[in-house]
Design a protein around this ligand. Structure first.
Ligand code: FAD
Length: 284
């Protein structure tokens, strides 16, 4: 019985401003014919000016490509005044969807005091600019700062109650962990759509980076076997990484996931490959 047609959306990141936007603009133009449900644009937490990077790219996606756009906004290093300026810049280009984030805290940079948690940012946006739609981040395997999963889910409930219309997950490779998380959300009364974040692993460097930065993520035996076997065979690693992501997506859509959010790593060929293999599942 089909109850629900999921959405397909993409994440891209703005390049280092010194490198220019040429490559990402080309990649986005190549993704345009897929007509994703939305494209979200990440934001630097501490390094680059958000208006010059995220807002500029969001403007291009929304106004030139005519694709609904979500701007990420990590706020722990921003003041209320800085957030208001960014909201104003987004307003000006017509982008009214924000993925409201705390952002990571770095040991060598003291946070500003206005936004301790994503929830503080959501409350602020709701007050300052209630016409914005707000999306939140969530962690099927628990946020690394959380002492336990109960407090993590309780904090997520507070975040959703503050005004999130949907959630996007951190990437994961074990669907069972996502299903367990979804169940906990239902039990906690978190009833907004949850978009599953899927990242196809295409090369060894990406895999090594992942292993280093996502220590809270379980790598299933099947996934580790791919990394081990094809460590020095880039072509096979790419094929197996794509096949693994497609397999995850097939399982998720048959279990009625609200949406698949593909971490594209700005790679249009990856987006097309996944789309070709799965397009019949998604809402047009
Ligand atoms: P929060 O929701 O504030 O949670 C952070 C921690 O605080 C959790 O452990 C939570 O349980 C706890 N907590 C929350 N509320 C409370 C409370 N009221 N009391 C006590 N504890 C509380 N980072 C970027 O810099 N740029 C990006 O573009 C970006 N995009 C992302 C997109 C997605 C889909 C995801 C999943 C993450 C993204 N991140 C990004 C990473 C994110 O900024 C980090 O994971 C950050 O550490 C947490 O941000 P958050 O908004 O989830 O935090």
């Amino acid at each position: 019985m089909t109850r629900h047609t999921p959405s397909l959306s993409f994440e891209v990141f703005p390049p280092n401003p010194a490198a220019g936007n040429e490559k990402i603009v080309k990649a986005l133009r190549e993704m345009q014919d897929i007509a994703p449900h939305f494209i979200s644009v990440t934001a630097s937490n501490n390094k680059f000016n958000i208006e010059e990077t995220t807002v500029r790219l969001a403007d291009f996606i929304y106004n030139d490509l005519r694709i609904p756009t979500i701007a990420h906004l990590p706020a722990v290093y921003l003041t209320k005044e800085m957030v208001s300026t960014i909201l104003h810049a987004l307003d000006k280009v017509g982008v009214h969807n924000i993925l409201a984030l705390r952002g990571d805290i770095f040991p060598d940079a003291a946070p500003k005091n206005d936004f301790k948690y994503a929830t503080d940012l959501i409350e602020y946006i709701k007050e300052e600019a209630p016409h914005f739609d707000i999306i939140g981040a969530c962690y099927p395997e628990g946020h690394p700062n959380s002492p336990d999963c109960v407090s993590d889910i309780k904090n997520l409930k507070k975040k959703v109650d503050a005004g999130c219309s949907s959630l996007v997950t951190q990437l994961f490779f074990d669907n069972e962990r996502f299903y367990n998380f979804q169940e906990k959300c239902v039990l906690a009364g978190i009833d907004v759509p949850i978009h599953a974040g899927i990242m196809p692993v295409l090369n060894r460097n990406q895999a090594l980076r992942l292993l280093k930065t996502c220590e809270n993520i379980e790598l299933p035996r099947k996934f580790r076997a791919i990394l081990d076997k094809y460590e020095h065979d880039p072509e096979s690693l790419r094929s197996a990484g794509l096949a693994y992501a497609i397999d995850q997506i097939v399982d998720l859509v048959t279990q009625d996931v609200a949406g698949i959010h593909l971490y594209t790593m700005n790679n249009a060929a990856t987006a097309h490959h996944i789309y070709q293999a799965t397009h019949t599942f998604f809402a047009k």
